[in-house]
Design a binder for this molecule. Structure first.
Ligand SMILES: *Cc1c(COP(=O)(O)O)cnc(C)c1O
Length: 361
């Protein structure tokens, strides 16, 4: 049993994926070919955002967003330590300081009641993460940001494309939304890819220029940029996968809910979902106080597991000295307990039953 089953998905979509790839090979516009704009239009429509700018990865999406906002040395960016390293990495890369806010013990998302206390005159952005595919409490975060001079809010939606919050789509819940098309994300390509979403024309324009070396016209570089485009082949793959995506989201929700019911029945502690949002369950995560033992038991039965994430970012060797390594006790405790089970739209009832049987054996 794979942790994320990409092969079954490929078999289901093979003719369309190959057709799309062949079309790119035939026209030969590997960079900024027609599929790039086509995908951007479809993704913007899907999320309801005015603009979508595809980029080379989810990490690049976050980096370009911060650059577009003009965040730089001496600035502070509020975020969560309980996330993939990229969230804090981009903050440090542009010379700003990550300021960590602890997470909620049940959702593992940023604890909005603790954000305000961390805002200073140097706070230039807030980056909540919609962890495991469930949006953070974005309206509450937007309200706090508005009270403090409209601090831009960047949703790290790398895991939550397709999720909803109060009926609205993740990626279109704040000033900027960033997602990733890393193969194992809910909407993945066959390499690296990502996208930025915004309703603000000036931010969109800045992101478009920055992803392509700060060019406003060919060989006119009006700002410092990066080589951050998503290539046409990867856009063609995502276009093919979009055709099955609504079904996949429904499957993910049904399978996630089934895990919830089975684990609740077995009295296993798990990540909770709020009633006003849907999660796309990028990971299905539970709390296992004796994690190593449980992982070994499942592994012996041929069931892979993973840990997202074993160390909060403020305790990582390269990050410890930057900001308060011990200021987020909840994240610290969760990092020792979280464990993710196989998850994906093609996970069968039979596989789920086997997983639960082994877990509770
Ligand atoms: C995957 C991920 C990223 C980075 O995306 P890449 O496409 O791998 O660069 C950033 N943040 C979070 C929360 C992620 O899960």
């Amino acid at each position: 049993m794979p942790f994320v089953d990409l092969k079954t998905q490929y078999r289901a979509l093979k003719p369309r994926i190959q057709e799309n790839i062949n079309r790119v090979l035939d026209h030969g516009q590997y960079i900024m070919g027609p599929e790039v704009g086509e995908l951007e239009e479809k993704l913007a429509a899907y999320t309801g955002s005015k603009h979508c700018i595809t980029v080379a990865s989810g990490t690049e999406a976050l980096l370009i967003s911060l650059m577009a906002l003009g965040v730089g040395p001496g600035d502070e960016v509020i975020t969560t330590p309980f996330t993939f390293v990229a969230t804090a990495e981009v903050i440090v890369l542009i010379g700003a300081v990550p300021v960590y806010v602890d997470v909620e013990p049940d959702t593992c998302n940023i604890n909005t009641t603790q954000i305000e206390a961390k805002i200073t005159a140097r706070t230039k952005a807030i980056i909540p993460v919609s962890l495991y595919g469930q949006p953070a409490d974005m309206d509450e975060i937007n309200a706090i940001a508005a009270r403090h001079g409209n601090i831009p809010v960047i949703e790290d939606a790398a895991q939550s494309f397709g999720a909803t919050y109060k009926g609205r789509k993740s990626c279109n819940l704040s000033s900027i939304g960033c997602t990733s098309f890393f193969p194992s994300k809910p909407l993945g390509c066959y390499g690296d890819g990502g996208a930025i979403f915004t309703n603000e024309d000036n931010i969109a324009q800045a992101c478009r220029e920055i992803r392509s070396h700060g060019q406003s016209q060919r060989y006119v570089h009006t700002r410092i940029g990066v080589g951050g485009r998503m290539d046409t082949l990867q856009c063609a793959v995502v276009l093919a996968k979009l055709e099955r995506f609504d079904w996949e989201v429904e499957q993910r929700i049904a399978i996630g809910n089934r895990y919830n019911a089975l684990l609740d029945e077995a009295r296993v502690k798990r990540v909770q979902q709020r009633a006003d949002r849907t999660s796309v369950f990028a990971q299905y995560t539970l709390f296992a106080p004796r994690r190593e033992v449980v992982q070994k038991k499942l592994s012996d039965a041929g069931i892979p597991t993973a840990v997202h994430y074993p160390v909060p970012l403020n305790e990582q060797p390269a990050y410890r000295h930057l900001c308060c390594p011990d200021c987020t006790p909840v994240a610290q405790q969760l990092a020792r307990q979280v464990m993710s089970l196989p998850m994906g739209p093609d996970l069968t009832d039979e596989q789920q039953r086997k997983i639960l049987n082994e877990l509770c054996a």
